[in-house]
Design a protein around this ligand. Structure first.
Ligand SMILES: Nc1ncnc2c1ncn2[C@@H]1O[C@H](COP(=O)(O)OP(=O)(O)OP(=O)(O)O)[C@@H](O)[C@H]1O
Length: 257
């Protein structure tokens, strides 16, 4: 069980204030979504949580232990899948295991396990170019699961997909969560995704990103697909919070261009 405490993070790059006094908790078994207008610091925040960069002030505190045998407690999943085109599905998964010195029988067992959990067993020898976008992202998810992460750090993982594929993968993620109760910090522009997946939704203001509101949703994840009408109200509330900020951020970006 591993919880993450984001404690009063403030950050600036050169002249740019990016984040201001951001604090929240990511509890084990919870999906926390982060939404906010373009450029408000969502990806930056995720990099701090993953330890890729350090904030100007504030800390990311880790409480508890990652699961036994976790090779990489904080594991990213990106929008662009980041698969090696010349490696098969299983070859792409085995690559991260090789990075951790895991080969042979042990690697095969892990690969088989994660491909089963992501319903990719029949595609193990396929190359990325033979796969749809949705399947590629499933491979990326399988690869992330193979290191037995404590928390998955997901940066717009479904944004490159068309809306039907996105819907299918949302279902997959919900099903996976129902089985495994993984923890995730999930950055998205898509409010519909946030209300389908988030136990907690952190709404950031435009840059410098400050927390405007933390919206908690009690409805079990597994029921949400069938109770969209009830979620619509929350989604509208989120959009009301975001609209002015998004519009202002939009104007700012068009000035620069
Ligand atoms: N390495 C860096 N050096 C300087 N500025 C940076 C760096 N990385 C990000 N920024 C700036 O910090 C701000 C926040 O960027 P970030 O990518 O975290 O925002 P975001 O909310 O994820 O944006 P989007 O929703 O468009 O992906 C932006 O103004 C960006 O230009």
């Amino acid at each position: 069980m591993m919880d993450i405490v984001i404690n009063d993070i403030t950050h600036r790059y050169d002249q740019t204030d990016v984040l201001e006094n951001v604090s929240f908790e990511l509890k084990s078994g919870e999906i926390v979504c982060i939404i906010g207008p373009s450029g408000c610091g969502k990806s930056t925040l995720l990099r701090f949580i993953g330890g890729l960069e350090r904030p100007t002030s504030g800390q990311v505190l880790i409480a508890g232990e990652p699961p036994a045998g976790s090779l990489n407690p904080l594991t990213y999943i990106f929008q662009d899948f980041a698969l090696l085109p010349w490696r098969t599905v299983e070859g792409n998964v085995s690559l991260v295991l090789e990075d951790h010195g895991i080969r042979g029988r042990k690697a095969e067992a892990i690969i088989e396990d994660v491909l089963r959990r992501t319903k990719l067993l029949d595609f193990r020898t396929a190359l990325p170019r033979q796969l749809s976008g949705g399947m590629k992202q499933r491979v990326a998810i399988a690869r992330a699961l193979s290191v037995n992460p404590a928390v998955m750090l997901m940066d717009e993982p479904l944004s490159a997909l068309d809306s039907q594929t996105r819907e299918l993968l949302l279902d997959d993620l919900v099903e996976l969560w129902a089985r495994e109760r993984f923890s995730a910090c999930y950055v998205t522009h898509n409010l519909a995704e946030a209300v389908r997946l988030g136990h907690k939704i952190i709404v950031l203001s435009r840059r410098p990103g400050r927390i405007r509101q933390v919206v908690e949703i009690d409805m079990p994840l597994g029921e949400r697909a069938n109770r969209l009408a009830e979620l619509e109200e929350t989604q509208r509330h989120l959009w009301n919070l975001m609209r002015d900020e998004a519009r202002a951020a939009d104007m700012e970006l068009s000035d620069v261009a």
